[in-house]
Design a protein around this ligand. Structure first.
Ligand code: SAH
Length: 363
């Protein structure tokens, strides 16, 4: 039994079964035992690999996107560049390096990293030390000072806790985590239907068959970001895997060193994540007064930002082996196959409506 499982059992014994969202929040973020609190899970030797770890091209193109957006904002003398969940700090390091071609931006930018994990904060300090720029760390987006801002979140929202509802003949019931008859952690349904479910999941058809699952995120973070952007000017770029339309289906998954695992099997030893519902994010963003751009596929977004030209420029200076790596990274980031991120991952921006069309998006 993992130390976190012992803790979860104590909580369940005292308070009864907990929601899937509470379970996920504790598995990832428990201050002592949480998955992200205790390790650096990224890269080839880790549990999974993210786009900035695949190639420097990803962060570089996002850096140039950020500098272009700053110019569209009227080149304010100070702008906060905020990254949510920066992982190893690789994306930010590549982005800031690329923006050196716009010296006025480099002078205006104040970097704010929002990170809960002390282990990853140290990793980020190492990655960014060479840039010799002032960087502030925060545990919470609410602690970032007010002012014009550009927010980046890559593979961040998928790590935020999801609730699950299951349709039964007596309505939608929340899925809970408790202890089963065999003494193991097990899923169970809350005995009462979820109050006000129609407002949580607007637009779901009434005749959904029993057994169907619906997932949602309850926090205020997306709304807080959108309100800041609407009030102070700027934009937020969200890249993640997920679906463009709110849909039924269970996407919570656990990934460990050896591939997929059962989400309840080894609490805090495996990563937990679930698809991002971009339609729900877009509703929140529009409701807070920002204009929504996309979502479009990551592959399309990166091609429009010029990833093919960037790959060609890198290839021109590369050895044969390096050129093969560049081609493999390009295919992984933009391709549509099952092993690639180009189609499954989506890019969406929410922005101050005054900015108009944004680079990489249709409008
Ligand atoms: N953006 C990085 C890492 C993605 S993993 C990349 O693309 O490689 C998720 C990141 O979000 C980790 O850094 C994790 O520690 C952080 N994180 C997870 N939940 C968080 C929360 N509620 N607040 C702040 N950071 C969080």
């Amino acid at each position: 039994m993992t130390p976190l499982e012992a803790e979860l059992r104590r909580i369940i014994a005292a308070d009864g079964p907990m929601s899937v969202a509470t379970f996920m929040a504790l598995c990832l973020g428990h201050p002592v035992h949480g998955y992200y609190m205790t390790r650096d899970p990224f890269g080839r030797g880790g549990d999974f690999i993210t786009a900035p770890e695949i190639s420097q091209m990803f962060g570089e193109l996002i850096g140039l996107w950020v500098a272009a957006v700053w110019q569209m904002m009227g080149s304010p003398a100070q702008v906060a560049l905020v990254e949510l969940g920066p992982g190893r700090g690789t994306l930010m390091a590549d982005a800031l390096r690329a923006t050196r071609v716009v010296p006025a931006f480099a002078a205006a930018v104040r970097v704010h990293l929002v990170e809960t994990s002390p282990v990853l904060e140290r990793r980020q300090q190492e990655s960014l030390a060479a840039l010799k720029m002032p960087i502030s760390w925060h545990r919470d987006f609410a602690d970032v000072p007010d002012g014009p801002l550009i927010v980046i979140a890559n593979e961040f929202f998928d790590a935020l806790p999801v609730h699950q509802a299951v349709k039964t003949p007596s309505g939608w019931h929340e899925r809970m985590v408790g202890v089963g008859p065999d003494g193991k952690l097990a899923f169970a349904l809350h005995p009462d239907p979820i109050p006000g479910f129609a407002t949580i999941a607007p637009g779901l058809p009434a005749n959904v068959p029993p057994g169907a699952v619906f997932e949602w995120r309850a926090g205020d973070l997306a709304a807080d970001i959108a309100r800041r952007v609407a009030q102070h000017g700027g934009a937020a770029l969200i890249i993640d895997y997920g679906h463009g339309e709110s849909a039924l289906g269970e996407t919570l998954q656990a990934v460990g060193r050896h591939g997929f695992a059962h989400p309840l099997a080894a609490p805090s030893e495996v990563d937990l994540a679930a698809h991002v519902d971009f339609a729900a994010l877009a509703r929140t963003a529009a409701g807070a007064g920002t204009r929504v751009h996309g979502p479009i596929s990551q592959g399309e977004f990166l091609r429009r930002l010029g990833i093919e030209a960037r790959a060609a420029a890198l290839r021109a200076k590369a050895t044969t082996a390096q050129a093969a790596d560049i081609d493999a990274a390009l295919a992984r980031l933009t391709g549509s196959g099952r092993e690639s991120m180009g189609e499954l991952f989506k890019a969406m921006a929410l922005a101050d409506p005054k900015l108009g069309a944004l680079p990489g998006f249709d409008s």
